[in-house]
Design a protein around this ligand. Structure first.
Ligand SMILES: [Zn+2]
Length: 263
């Protein structure tokens, strides 16, 4: 039976001299792996070699659940090759794809996550294009990092692990943001991976895995609209917490994580 879907190409491993095992994140079917016969040939049935993160219409056949699917068609409609001009945006995209690969199961559809990933790729490559003209490379990195943070939070929500970021998970005290300079909030704020959210000073003793957060970072997490205008240091602090959280969830650090906080 042939299945038609929209898909983003995530990764490939060589299978033979001309064929590959390809992994796609599809909108209605979820993650799939398929054999792409002849995909390494210049004139393949898939518009030539498949570009990483390309988006398009896919047709594949699934013989049965035990066997690998076969890729029949992939019409590459959008590619984000501009990402390759910017190592940071490219690494963030590989990191996002790695998280999808590790945290979703094959044939488990997440259309909302698919839309978030496509939007992330589009925005990350658009920032690149607009900033080449303006030569604002640090602003570009800041923008990409805030997109990555939003994507990771969307991913956690989609897989049913949305963290509690507006109150203490334990005693339910609300985290109040009172002004845009973030001068208020709690005397101390923590994030606990095991509790999946914020922990206040009064409760922190019961959570040995907690990590301290600044009020600036906590305010951004409690009100994501603040992310867009926050400084790079705050974004890096939030990203560090998220990487710590994914490391706890996966019981090992994601491979791409070390490339995200390096710069
Ligand atoms: Zn509390």
């Amino acid at each position: 039976m042939l299945t038609k879907d929209e898909a983003i190409f995530i990764r490939a491993v060589d299978y033979s001299e001309t064929s590959q095992i390809v992994t796609f994140f599809t909108r209605a079917t979820g993650k799939i792996s398929a054999i792409a016969k002849g995909s390494k040939r210049p004139k393949s049935a898939f518009d030539g070699p498949i570009e990483v993160f390309s988006y398009g219409k896919i047709v594949f056949s699934v013989p049965n659940k035990e066997k690998l699917a076969t890729l029949t068609e992939f019409e590459q409609q959008l590619n984000f090759s501009r990402l390759a001009d910017n190592l940071f945006a490219l690494n963030c995209s590989f990191f996002a794809a790695e998280l999808i690969n590790l945290l979703t199961n094959e044939y488990d559809p997440h259309p909302g996550l698919f839309d978030s990933f496509l939007q992330f790729l589009q925005n990350a490559s658009d920032y690149r294009a607009s900033n080449i003209e303006n030569r604002e490379s640090s602003n570009e990195q800041r923008a990409t990092l805030s997109l990555l943070i939003l994507f990771q939070l969307a991913l956690l929500k989609e897989i049913g692990l949305q963290p509690v970021l507006n109150a203490c998970v334990n005693c339910k005290t609300r985290y109040e943001i009172r002004d845009t300079r973030y001068e208020t909030g709690w005397p101390e704020v923590y994030f606990s991976s095991s509790a999946n959210g914020l922990i206040c000073r009064d409760c922190q003793n019961s959570f040995p895995d907690k990590v301290r957060l600044t009020n600036t970072a906590a305010s951004c997490l409690a009100d994501l609209k603040l992310l867009a205008e926050s400084d790079e240091r705050t974004l890096k602090e939030i990203e560090k917490i998220l990487i710590h959280h994914f490391t706890e969830l996966l019981r090992r650090p994601p491979k791409m994580a070390k490339y995200i906080l390096k710069t």
